[in-house]
Design a protein around this ligand. Structure first.
Ligand code: FES
Ligand code: FES
Length: 336
């Protein structure tokens, strides 16, 4: 069972399939059709939703986000952006005033991205909206709308989203379950050693496409979003230690102080929505030929920590990549 808030309404769901996306569920089960499907691969932003938890609010692509990933969070769709009395959010009004919408297909995604940036006080509009594509209006009126609202107050109903998040459910980890959400790295290690053929899902920016584009059966799945001890960055005098579940957005902030050119490169990595979801561990472990992190990390002499059950080993990141699509990782072993 997962629990979350959808536009302030409490939802409890028994998830029986790992591969149902948030976008699919919103449109087909909730008839919340404001959120659009364009590419189904994290490229166009038509499906953008706002996800809020104790760490704040961020824009994510609903098309490559699976339901268990929003367990314990608050999801705001375009239907929840205006106030309850129907008063438009400042960015919605500005989109009208500045003629920021023509056919309108991209508009809900833009509005959610803009409202999230507005909530977070982000005024680097080109960066914030780089993950939203518009085919017919053109970007100038949309950017003008974003600029026009950057100093306007955040509507009350969006200010306190984090306070309304339900208590996180105790994740279940039973070897008999096909969908598990381990609550610690130790629990993950035990489960994965017993289910070495399972799929591990961190940010789902790559695995999401296995489902939406390749229609793959994921088999047994562990969602890692409750492994909070796999997240975070520790800085010492001599090294930066990065947990595998650290997102690219989080990495970008820390690395900027040490290696500004690496941070600049990370700003070209997908889009805000992708960087908010994608994890460094997933980027490495998948060994994607289009994985952007490893070349820079190899240049920085990065070591990689792998774990299988209670056995850990450390190798040079460079040695992890053996050949195209082939990594030095045994079944049941994961990047820590
Ligand atoms: Fe294009 Fe989701 S539908 S990013
Ligand atoms: Fe038509 Fe943006 S308004 S795609």
């Amino acid at each position: 069972m997962i629990r979350f808030l959808l536009n302030n309404d409490a939802i409890a769901l028994d998830v029986t399939r790992a591969d149902v996306t948030v976008l699919q569920w919103l449109r087909e089960h909730q008839l919340k059709t404001g959120t659009k499907e364009g590419c189904g691969s994290g490229d166009c932003g038509a499906c953008t939703v706002m996800i809020t938890d104790a760490d704040g609010s961020r824009a994510l692509n609903g098309c490559i986000l699976f339901l268990p990933q929003i367990n314990g969070k608050h999801i705001t769709t375009v239907e929840g952006i205006a106030s309850h009395d129907g008063t438009l959010h400042p960015v919605q009004q500005a989109m009208v005033d500045h003629h920021g919408s023509q056919c309108g297909y991209c508009t809900p995604g833009f509005v959610v991205s803009m409202a999230t940036a507005h909530l977070n006080g982000a005024s680097d509009h080109d960066v914030q909206l780089a993950g939203n594509l518009c085919r017919c209006t053109g970007y100038a009126p949309i950017i003008r709308a974003a600029k026009a609202t950057q100093d306007r107050p955040v509507p009350e109903h969006l200010l306190f989203l984090a306070k309304r998040i339900p208590a996180l459910q105790t994740p279940e980890t039973s070897p008999s379950r096909q969908i598990v959400q381990p609550s610690s790295t130790d629990a993950l290690a035990t489960w994965y050693a017993a289910n070495p053929d399972a799929t591990l899902i961190a940010g789902a920016t790559d695995v999401g496409l296995w489902v939406t584009k390749q229609f793959r059966d994921l088999g047994a799945v562990a969602f890692l979003n409750h492994c909070t001890d796999l997240r975070g960055i520790t800085e010492t005098e001599t090294e930066i230690r990065i947990g595998a579940m650290t997102t690219i957005s989080e990495l970008e902030k820390v690395v900027a102080g040490y290696h500004p050119s690496f941070a600049t490169m990370l700003r070209r990595y997908g889009s805000v929505q992708v960087r908010n979801a994608a994890t460094l561990g997933g980027n490495i472990a998948n060994g994607s030929p289009i994985g952007d992190g490893p070349p820079a990390l190899i240049a920085l002499n990065t070591s990689l920590h792998l774990r299988k059950g209670d056995v850990r080993r450390t190798i040079a990141l460079e040695d992890f990549f053996i050949a195209y699509g082939k990594q030095d990782r045994s079944a049941g072993e994961f990047v820590e």
